[in-house]
Design a protein around this ligand. Structure first.
Ligand code: PLP
Length: 396
């Protein structure tokens, strides 16, 4: 097998799995129980949370552990949920002007939550970068939350979060001066890029940050939301009051231990970026032999180094994927959840691709399972499939 779809899932490493295993059996105790063995599990859990938090320059207590990035994103949006006491009139007023702004290329788990409120989208450029003029234009006095992912999950385009945070800071200052009582928060979904970017919540200037274990060789079904000081959220799950009353339920101890172990295993981002640059170059040079030259998507200067989104105009990407699957080479057309519904990518539409170009687009995402040899082999196989498709089309 040659796996080129690390943006959708990553394998749990043996070391990570070994660290998790005792917490299923010997150390199975409920961390809220009163005896010493359970208290030790609580200590291990809190220490694992601190390890995860260290990755983004935060404290363990700033994190709310969730069942993944989808839930973390949903929790982030509760920051603007209307109070239960809100009157009908207030609700009508809120619906008049946008309360949340999200980038039009956000993951479905952000977009669907935004739709619960009065919302608007911020445009992106042809490379998938945020249009800062559009953000400024749409930042009306009622906007309370802006959500922009750290890096896009189809293109790998990295957003200038510090610049966005600065724009929001200026707006907050002007609201303070004019007596506008609306809060203004910055949320970012950092599901992609956690392994490749040096992330620090203070430097980025975010109030809420979504983290995802599944993309960094940790277990699936675990994520976290960093919650900045003073940010008020509403619980999504009520019950025993775990996770600062925001996410009740017995803690997922093995999952969090695994997430922390995966964080510890991460290599230096600069050396990883170097590795992926080299692998991408190998792939690109193999692709020079294809009858239809592909064009590459995303932002050359501001892109995750393990992403290689590309388009073969006129070809059917789905067919290419099936042909490669027959050779045990796995890649995708875009986000796994959107692809499974057969919907054309809203991300590729947002960057201005035509329906034909969207149909010919593929996402290659490199990761721990890739080597120079298997990437070269995959490149050759891709060229063979593409050339075969070209011949098939010219014959028909
Ligand atoms: N956000 C982004 C940017 C993602 O890439 C993904 C997963 O593909 C998610 C959110 C959802 O993550 P999960 O399925 O772990 O909830």
């Amino acid at each position: 097998m040659i796996y080129l779809d690390h943006a959708s899932a990553t394998p749990v490493s043996k070391k990570v799995l070994e660290r998790m295993l005792p917490y299923f059996s010997e150390k199975f105790f409920n961390p809220s129980a009163p005896y010493l063995s359970a208290k030790r599990v609580r200590e291990d859990y809190e220490s694992a949370k601190q390890t995860i938090a260290n990755l983004v320059g935060a404290k363990g207590n700033d994190l709310v552990i969730t069942s993944g990035a989808t839930e973390a994103n949903a929790l982030a949006f509760t920051a603007v949920a209307p109070d239960n006491l809100e009157t009908e009139q207030n609700l009508k007023n809120t619906l008049k002007s946008p309360k949340v702004l999200v980038l039009e290329t956000e993951h479905a788990s952000v977009l669907e939550n935004a739709k619960k409120y009065a919302w608007d989208t911020i445009k992106v450029t042809k490379t998938g970068l945020i249009d800062l003029f559009d953000l400024k234009k749409k930042l009306s006095p009622e906007v309370e939350l802006v959500s922009v992912s750290l890096a896009n999950n189809e293109l790998g385009t990295i957003q200038p979060l510090s610049e966005i945070a600065q724009i929001l800071k200026e707006e907050r200052l002007s609201r303070l001066k004019s007596g506008n009582p609306h809060q203004l928060l910055l949320h970012s979904d950092a599901s992609q890029g956690l392994a490749l970017l040096d992330i620090n919540v203070s430097r980025l200037g975010v109030d809420l940050l979504t983290l995802n274990s599944a993309k960094i060789s940790g277990p699936k079904g675990v994520g976290a939301l960093y919650v900045g000081h003073g940010v008020r959220l509403n619980p999504l799950v009520l019950g025993g009051g775990q996770e600062r009353n925001l996410r009740s339920g017995t803690e997922n101890i093995p999952g969090v231990i695994g997430f922390a172990a995966a964080c510890e295993q991460l290599k230096n981002p600069a050396s990883l970026a170097k590795k992926y640059k080299k692998l991408s170059d190998i792939l690109k040079s193999e692709l020079e032999n294809s009858k239809i030259p592909p064009f590459f998507l995303g932002d050359k200067k501001s892109k995750l180094s393990n992403f290689l989104p590309l388009c073969f105009p006129g070809l059917d990407a789905e067919r290419i994927i099936y042909k490669l699957e027959e050779r045990e080479i796995y890649l995708s057309t875009g986000a796994a959840c959107a692809a499974s519904k057969g919907k054309p990518s809203h991300v590729l539409r947002a960057i201005g691709l035509s329906p034909e170009e969207i149909a010919g687009s593929l996402r290659i995402s490199l990761g721990v399972l890739n080597t120079e040899e298997n990437v070269r082999e995959a490149g050759k196989a891709l060229v063979e499939v593409v050339n075969h498709e070209c011949e098939r089309i010219s014959r028909s």
